[in-house]
Design a protein around this ligand. Structure first.
Ligand SMILES: *Cc1c(COP(=O)(O)O)cnc(C)c1O
Length: 677
C-alpha cells in the first residue's frame, strides 16, 4: 500500500495529542502495519523519546524530531531566542526518509493549526507542504464543541483534508452531562460536533495514565475507527487529473494537437511567488499567472477579505439593485484613477471592459445627435481582447485575421500618422482605443516618449473619445498605478481588468467621465439607455478582492517598494543584451519582453514554426520557473511582490533556458545567484 501520512493536531495545547499519537501508533501496529512517527518541531519536553520507546522505533531521535528547542514556548519564539529558525526543508527531507520506510507515518504537530513555526509560516502550512491528512484531537468537556468547530473550520479554510475528530478524556472520572450518553439521541457533544462540523468522530479514548503498548491495547482496542483513518482521501491522483485534463478540457490559445502529445502541468496550490503542482514541485510564477497577480498568491489580507465577504453575501445583481462592496470599490477606483473619470461600469474580463467602452463611445455620439461619428480607430499591432467587438479593434493578424468577416470595419492608425488621420476623418471617428505605453500582447512593444500625451491632446482637439485600455498596464505593472500617469494623461474612458482583483477573481471596470455619462441621461421613453450588462456584473466577492488589493497597495507601500526592484531588473537585463540571439529587450516597470532573433545583426527573426519562444518556456520549467511567451518574445511579468532574490532566480532560469534552446557556444560569465541590490 501507498504510505499514509497522518497529521495529529489538536484544538489546543495540552489536549492529549501525544497520548492520541501513541494510542494510534500502537493500534495500527497491532493491525500488522509498519508505523513510523515524527514530531517535526518540539519545544521542551521529550515526546520524541517517549514515542520512540512506546512504538519501539529504530529511527534516531534526530530523525523523529528534526527541530528541537529547549524552552517550552511557541516555536517561532523558542527558536528565535536561540538565534535559529525552524528548518522546513530539513523537516521535509526527514519526512521523506520515514515515508520510504513505513506503511503509515504519524506526524504530531506542536499545539494547534495556527501555532507559528516561523515568520508567516504556521503548523497548517507545514501540513499542506507535507500533504498529510489531518486528525484533530479534542478533549471531552465543556467548550469542546466550540473549540472543535473552530479548528475544523480553520483546517478546511486552509485547504486541509480533515479525517475526523479523536476525543480524549481529561481525567479518570466519568464526564459531565455533556459527554455522557443521556439515552436521548443526538444530545451529546460528540454528536453535535459530528452534525455541525460535518466530520466523523473517529473515536473516544478513555483516560490513560500508563503509556505502554499492553495498557493501551487493553484500554483502547476497538475505541478508534482505524478504517476511517486509513481510508484513502477523496483526492484524484495526479496521473488521473492529467488524463482527465486531456479528455475534458479545451485550453485557450493552445494548439490542442500539441497539448495532447505533451505532459500537462497541473497546478494544485500556490504561495507567494510560487505555484505548486500536484506532485509538490514549486515554480516561480514568472508571468503573474497571465499578467494578473499583484501581491503574490495566497495573500492573507485578500484571502481574508474574500472569506469575510463570502460569509456575508456571495452575489446579488447590479441590475436594479446595488451591493456594498461594488459601491465602495467604485468610489475607490474613481479616487485613484486619472482625473475626470467619475463613473464605473462593471463587467468580468478585459475583453468586455473594452467592448463596453466601444459601445458607450459609439452610443454616446448617437445619443447626442452626432450620428456620423460611427468609426472606431485603433493602433496597428493592438490587442484588446477576444470577443468580436474587441477583436474588431485588434491589429494582430495571427489572432484576428480569421474573424475578419465577422468583425466591424475600423480605422487603423500608427504612432506616425494618427494626428493626420484624426484631423482628416474626425467627423466620422467616435473613439480611439489604445493600450497606453506598452502594447502587451504584440510583444511588449514600447511607445515612443510623449506620443501618449500628444494623442490625448489631438483627441481633445478633434472631439474623439480616448479609450485607454489599461487592462494589462494598470495596477502598478509599469511602476505607476496606471500607465497614463507617466505622461499625466486623463483618458475619457479607462478599461481595467487583469490586476484589478490582485489576480484572484474575474472582474473588470470601464470608467467614464461625467460628460460621457450625461450623454445617456434621458427620459426612459427616449430609448437612450445603455442596454448592456453581464449577469455577474459587480459581483461582491470580486469587488471585495479588488478592495483588499487596493488596501494592500497602501499598507505595503507596493509602488514605493517596487521602484528599486525595477532598477534591479533593468540592471540584470542589460547582461542579456549582448547575447547573440537577443534581438531587443523591452522593459517598462515589471513588464518585460525579450525578443529572440536568429541573427542579432540583421534582426532576422526565428521562423515561427521553430517555436523558439515555446521551447524556452518549456526549458524554464526544468529550472523551476513558469513562463509564457508571445511568439518569439519571452515575457517576464512577475508579481509586484516578487523579491530581489526571486527576481534573480527568474532571470537566471530565463537566461540559461534561452541559451540552452538557442544553443550558443559563446562563453559568458556565470551569474552570482546571491547577488543583492
Ligand atoms: C488581456 C488583455 C485584454 C483582454 O482581457 P481578458 O480578461 O483576457 O478578456 C484586453 N486588453 C489588454 C491590453 C490585455 O492585455
Amino acid at each position: 500500500m501507498k504510505t499514509k501520512g497522518i497529521f495529529i493536531t489538536a484544538t489546543d495545547t495540552g489536549v492529549g495529542k501525544t497520548v492520541a499519537a501513541c494510542v494510534l501508533g500502537v493500534l495500527l501496529k497491532d493491525q500488522g502495519l509498519r508505523v513510523g512517527y515524527m514530531k517535526p518541531v518540539q519545544c521542551g519536553g521529550n515526546d520524541a523519546e517517549l514515542l520512540k520507546k512506546v512504538l519501539d522505533l529504530s529511527d534516531s531521535v534526530a530523525t523523529i524530531n528534526p527541530c528541537f528547542a529547549p524552552e517550552p514556548l511557541s516555536p517561532h519564539l523558542a527558536f528565535a531566542r536561540r538565534n535559529a529558525e525552524v528548518n522546513i526543508p530539513f523537516i521535509k527531507q526527514k519526512y521523506e526518509e520515514l515515508r520510504n520506510q513505513y506503511d503509515v507515518v504519524i506526524v504530531e504537530g506542536a499545539g494547534g493549526l495556527l501555532v507559528p513555526l516561523k515568520e508567516n509560516y504556521f503548523v497548517a502550512d507545514l501540513i499542506r507542504d507535507l500533504d498529510l491528512d489531518v486528525v484533530i484531537v479534542s478533549r471531552l468537556g465543556l467548550g469542546t464543541i466550540n473549540h472543535s468547530l473552530l479548528t475544523i473550520q480553520q483546517a478546511r479554510g486552509q485547504g486541509l483534508r480533515v479525517k475526523g475528530i479523536l476525543l480524549t478524556s481529561a481525567s479518570p472520572a466519568d464526564g459531565g452531562a455533556s459527554e455522557k450518553n443521556s439515552g436521548i439521541p443526538e444530545t451529546t457533544n460528540p454528536q453535535a460536533i459530528e452534525q455541525f462540523g460535518q466530520v466523523p468522530i473517529l473515536g473516544a479514548l478513555p483516560y490513560i495514565d500508563k503509556l505502554n503498548p499492553t495498557a493501551i491495547l487493553k484500554e483502547c482496542r476497538g475505541n478508534v475507527n482505524l478504517t476511517k483513518i486509513l481510508a484513502p482521501s477523496q483526492r484524484v491522483s495526479s496521473q488521473r487529473l492529467k488524463e482527465w485534463d486531456k479528455k475534458f478540457i479545451w485550453h485557450p490559445f493552445t494548439q490542442m494537437k500539441d497539448w495532447l502529445e505533451d505532459e500537462p502541468l497541473v497546478i494544485d496550490r500556490a504561495s507567494g511567488s510560487y505555484l505548486i503542482d500536484t506532485q509538490g514541485r514549486r515554480y516561480l510564477d514568472g508571468v503573474s499567472s497571465l499578467w494578473v497577480n499583484i501581491h503574490g498568491h495566497g495573500h492573507p489580507r485578500i484571502n481574508q477579505a474574500i472569506n469575510n465577504q463570502l460569509n456575508k453575501l456571495e452575489h446579488s445583481t447590479l441590475l436594479g439593485l446595488s451591493n456594498t462592496p461594488s459601491i465602495e470599490l467604485a468610489k475607490k477606483l474613481v479616487d485613484i484613477a486619472p482625473r475626470g473619470l467619475a463613473k464605473v461600469f462593471y463587467s468580468d474580463s478585459g475583453s468586455t471592459a473594452v467592448e463596453i467602452a466601444i459601445k458607450i463611445a459609439y452610443q454616446y455620439w448617437q445619443n447626442i445627435g452626432q450620428a456620423k461619428k460611427t468609426k472606431i480607430a485603433h493602433l496597428a499591432n493592438s490587442y484588446h481582447g477576444d470577443t468580436l467587438g474587441s477583436v474588431s479593434v485588434g491589429g494582430m493578424g495571427l489572432f484576428h485575421n480569421v474573424y475578419r468577416k465577422l468583425t466591424f470595419p475600423t480605422i487603423q492608425v500608427d504612432f506616425a500618422n494618427f494626428e493626420r488621420v484624426l484631423k482628416q476623418r474626425h467627423a466620422m471617428i467616435a473613439a480611439l482605443v489604445i493600450e497606453p505605453l506598452v502594447q502587451g500582447a504584440a510583444g511588449m512593444i514600447l511607445w515612443p516618449k510623449g506620443v501618449l500625451k500628444r494623442m490625448s491632446e489631438v483627441c481633445k482637439k478633434y472631439g474623439v473619445i480616448l479609450i485607454a485600455d489599461e487592462v494589462a498596464t494598470g495596477f502598478g505593472r509599469t511602476g505607476k498605478m496606471f500607465a497614463c500617469d507617466h505622461e499625466g494623461v486623463a483618458p475619457d474612458i479607462l478599461c481595467l481588468a487583469k490586476g484589478l482583483t490582485g489576480g484572484y477573481l474575474p472582474l473588470a471596470a470601464t470608467l467614464t467621465t461625467t460628460k460621457i455619462f450625461d450623454g445617456f441621461i434621458f427620459d426612459y421613453k427616449d430609448q437612450k439607455t445603455f442596454f448592456h450588462g453581464h449577469t455577474y456584473t459587480g459581483n461582491p466577492l470580486s469587488c471585495a478582492a479588488a478592495l483588499a488589493n487596493l488596501e494592500v497597495f497602501d499598507n505595503e507601500q507596493t509602488l514605493k517598494r517596487l521602484a528599486p526592484k525595477i532598477k534591479h531588473l533593468s540592471k540584470r537585463l542589460q547582461t542579456f543584451d549582448d547575447y547573440p540571439h537577443v534581438g531587443e529587450i523591452r522593459q517598462l516597470g515589471f513588464m518585460v519582453g525579450i525578443e529572440l532573433v536568429k541573427n542579432r545583426k540583421t534582426k532576422k527573426p526565428f521562423a515561427w514554426e521553430e517555436r523558439v519562444g515555446i521551447k524556452v518556456c518549456q526549458e524554464a520549467r526544468n529550472h523551476g520557473v513558469i513562463l509564457r511567451p508571445l511568439g518569439n518574445v519571452i515575457v517576464l511579468m512577475p508579481p509586484l511582490s516578487m523579491s530581489i532574490e526571486e527576481l534573480d532566480k527568474l532571470l537566471d532560469a530565463t537566461y540559461v533556458s534561452i541559451k540552452k534552446v538557442t544553443g550558443n557556444s559563446l562563453v559568458r560569465p556565470t551569474f552570482n545567484i546571491n547577488r543583492r541590490n
